[in-house]
Design a protein around this ligand. Structure first.
Ligand code: SF4
Ligand code: SF4
Length: 443
């Protein structure tokens, strides 16, 4: 019998061999960090510090009274040099706190007794630590842990698929810190009252699979689910279908299927928040691609610039040639116009591709081959949605299910005409949202 998976999807070249077996190295302590106050889904934080203030590593520097939000913390000790708008790697400017470091480093240690912690105490600690989904979406974890009344959650599903090409940060986290992953999973289960925990891992990570299996031991409440290596296996809806056989209806959330999905890196952050009282101030980032001199997995402080991280990997292979730098991997990553942007909570990787950017942007007319339709895991018509998004046919875009698109990029990947379908679909969504806002304003 084949491994568990979902319908459709694609098998791109993964290039995981560049970093998959490389142990996580500690990044150099940065002299300066830029910490955006909005680096999560939801309401951005308001600054709690001003220029000239002295801050300690781990100190809360931004927060807001909003349900869907997460506070941000100083990732290094030092002096606040600026509070102003800076470019972020998600494509816009955000109010940010710039800290000039004093080079002191805090030790984070401690232990917690999970049996003694109440679900409320876990949720509160997760919120206070500013933990968000670390697979890239950066959705506040405390919100996922507080489902509406009457909505029972029976399973916490940890996402260890990491199906995006080049990235291996989750792989290394599972292989090197499996006990933290499983402890974090148990804490997440307790927070939502789930009886079952599952870690979903694609079969191209055998060492990670073995490590989490060993860490889970004989605990009958926790299962390790081996999944076929296929893109986008790590998308929440695909993962739930593959691991549990449950379908999340269009427009609904995993909790409507009784499931909460979290990334394996998030589980480690939960472990550290509860045991060490450590907020989310650093993360593992894969730096890879054929344009980078020494691909690596690095644990870096949030707010360090891409430029510094790339320099720690030996810099670019050929500085005289144009490269494309992505926040994330090539399927869902966002192309950067500058490398002076900071690593944020959702930065799972920095991919540097040595392709000729101008050539990559050229596309040809659609030949109606339907390969994009065959690849789409959501059963959509990407060639239609792409055109509708590009040309602003908003009503048709919505009617054809544009908002059901999970932006996985499978359609763009398989298109022989290299049409940037997912980018056009994103444009369609943005145009629709703008029109809806204008309509509300107009009354
Ligand atoms: S239309 Fe959306 S969901 Fe379907 S393949 Fe393209 S990006 Fe993925
Ligand atoms: S894969 Fe590309 S060329 Fe083929 S139908 Fe879809 S958009 Fe058109």
């Amino acid at each position: 019998m084949g491994l568990k998976t979902f319908e459709r999807g694609i098998h791109p070249s993964y290039y995981k061999e560049l970093t998959a077996s490389m142990r996580v190295e500690k990044g150099l302590h940065p002299k300066t960090v830029i910490i955006p106050l909005g680096q999560h889904a939801g309401t951005p934080c308001e600054p709690l510090v001003k220029k000239g203030d002295i801050v300690e590593e781990g100190q809360k520097i931004g927060d807001v009274k909003a349900f869907v939000s997460a506070p941000v913390h100083a990732s290094i000790s030092g002096k606040v040099k600026d509070v102003d708008f800076y470019q972020t790697p998600v494509g816009m400017k955000a109010l940010s706190v710039v800290i000039e470091g004093d080079s002191s480093v805090k030790e984070w240690t401690g232990t917690a007794d999970l049996a003694a912690l109440s679900p409320e105490a876990i949720r509160e600690a997760v919120r206070e630590a500013g933990i968000v989904g670390m697979g890239g979406a950066a959705f506040p974890t405390s919100v996922k842990l507080a489902p509406p009344k009457g909505r029972a959650i029976d399973t916490v599903l940890l996402n260890g698929c990491e199906c995006e090409p080049f990235l291996s940060s989750d792989h290394r986290v599972m292989a090197e810190e499996p006990d933290k992953v499983i402890w974090g999973l148990r804490a997440l289960m307790k927070a939502v009252g789930a009886q079952n925990g599952i870690v979903g891992v694609e079969d191209n990570k055998p060492d990670a699979l073995e490590a989490v299996k060993r860490a889970a031991g004989a605990d009958s409440a926790i299962k390790i689910c081996v999944l076929e290596t296929k893109y986008p296996q790590g998308a929440e809806k695909m993962l739930i279908k593959a691991a549990l056989g449950r379908k999340v209806p269009l427009g609904k959330l995993p909790l409507d299927a009784g499931v909460v999905v979290n990334n394996v890196g998030t589980a480690v952050a939960v472990f550290e928040a509860l045991n060490y009282k450590k907020p989310l101030i650093e993360r593992v980032v894969t730096v890879s691609g054929d344009g980078i001199m020494e691909p690596k997995n690095l644990k870096v402080r949030l707010g360090v610039t891409f430029e510094e991280v790339i320099a720690q990997c030996g810099g670019l292979k050929d500085a005289s040639k144009e490269v494309e730098v992505l926040n994330g991997g090539p399927m869902m990553g966002i192309a950067q116009t500058t490398i002076a942007v900071p690593v944020v909570k959702g930065t799972s990787g920095i991919t540097v591709l040595s392709q000729d950017a101008a050539a990559a942007l050229k596309y040809n007319p659609c030949i109606r081959c339907a390969r994009c339709v065959e690849a789409c895991p959501m059963g959509l018509m990407p060639y239609k949605l792409g055109d509708q998004g590009r040309t602003g046919m908003i009503n048709e875009f919505k009617e054809w299910g544009g908002f059901a698109c999970i932006e996985c990029g499978c359609c763009s990947y398989v298109c022989p005409a290299r049409r940037p379908l997912v980018q056009w679909i994103r444009v369609g969504k943005a145009k629709s949202r703008r029109e809806e806002k204008l309509a509300v304003k107009a009354g």
